[in-house]
Design a protein around this ligand. Structure first.
Ligand code: SF4
Length: 280
């Protein structure tokens, strides 16, 4: 049962990290305040208890973020923001950015910071953001990716796979990270793509409600999701006889490659294009 909805508030980001699942960067679509509010209200109607505001970098659109946090908290939903801390120029400045969000109600903050996120200045700002959170009685969670725990989807599948050993495609017979037929969390972006894993969609929220998209019978009838759920990405290669019988960095690497091959056949289920590095 869906417990948390993750809003990809924007695909825009101050960075262009090589391990980014969604190919965030300087240009990309962003939700409006009305979209954010509508999604939060429908999530609350579905029994969701938590909303995460992610991106891209959600603080780039601070008024929309603030509106979203307010909407979530007015409905009694737990709000969490995920940020790289680019806004934390100094500790005082960071407190100034964060305090209005904390005044709306209880807030979680997760800070993404690691060597893939940039150099000393990016790391310093992440530390400033964490220090500001503690001043405001928030205990930050850190999302740190190291070379040994990269998941090779999105940009990482293009840029980082040379760093690790590869294994035969037939070994990847399960999805190691997601419960696709009974998801506890889902992501939705500014284009309406509801994503159970980045780029893997039951459909779009503009066309159907969350409950319709996540109906167990609908998920079981999806052309791709049950295959990945039961046989992993190797199942996609077998089912669609894809020309991918080589070696891969991990299950997600093979899954990303297989889904990229299938995008033309299933555009409504494999999108948006930018999550596969397609900016055309
Ligand atoms: S195996 Fe596929 S569906 Fe599972 S987490 Fe990796 S990329 Fe996502």
């Amino acid at each position: 049962m869906l417990d948390s909805l993750h809003l990809l508030l924007t695909y825009q980001c101050s960075g262009e990290c090589p391990h980014c699942f969604v190919w965030a960067g300087p240009v990309g679509p962003t939700m409006t305040s009305a979209q954010v509010q509508e999604l939060i209200e429908s999530a609350e109607g579905e029994g969701v208890s938590a909303i995460a505001f992610e991106g891209g970098e959600p603080f780039l659109y601070y008024p929309i973020l603030q509106h979203g946090v307010r909407c979530a908290q007015q409905l009694g939903l737990k709000a969490t923001v995920v940020t790289n801390g680019v806004w934390a120029i100094t500790q005082d400045e960071a407190v100034r950015w964060l305090r209005p969000l904390t005044e709306l109600g209880s807030l979680g903050i997760a800070i993404s910071t690691d060597d893939y996120h940039g150099g000393q200045e990016e790391a310093r700002r992440a530390e400033m953001a964490a220090a500001a959170a503690r001043i405001l009685d928030l205990e930050p969670v850190f999302f740190r990716t190291a070379p040994e725990n990269v998941m090779f989807r999105g940009r990482a599948a293009e840029e980082l796979t040379d760093e690790v050993e590869h294994r035969n495609w037939e070994e990847f017979n399960e999805c190691p990270h997601e419960s696709l037929l009974d998801p506890a969390r889902a992501h939705v972006d500014a284009l309406g793509y509801l994503q159970l894993c980045q780029g893997l969609c039951p459909g779009r929220t503009g066309d159907k409600s969350l409950s319709e998209l996540l109906d167990p019978e609908q998920l079981a009838a999806h052309p791709l999701i049950p295959v990945i759920d039961s046989d992993g990405p190797a199942g996609l290669v077998r089912e669609f006889d894809l020309p991918l019988k080589g070696e891969y960095a991990d299950a997600c690497h093979l899954c990303y490659r297989a889904r990229a091959e299938l995008r033309g056949e299933f555009p409504q289920y494999l999108g948006p294009p930018r999550v596969y590095g397609d900016f055309s």
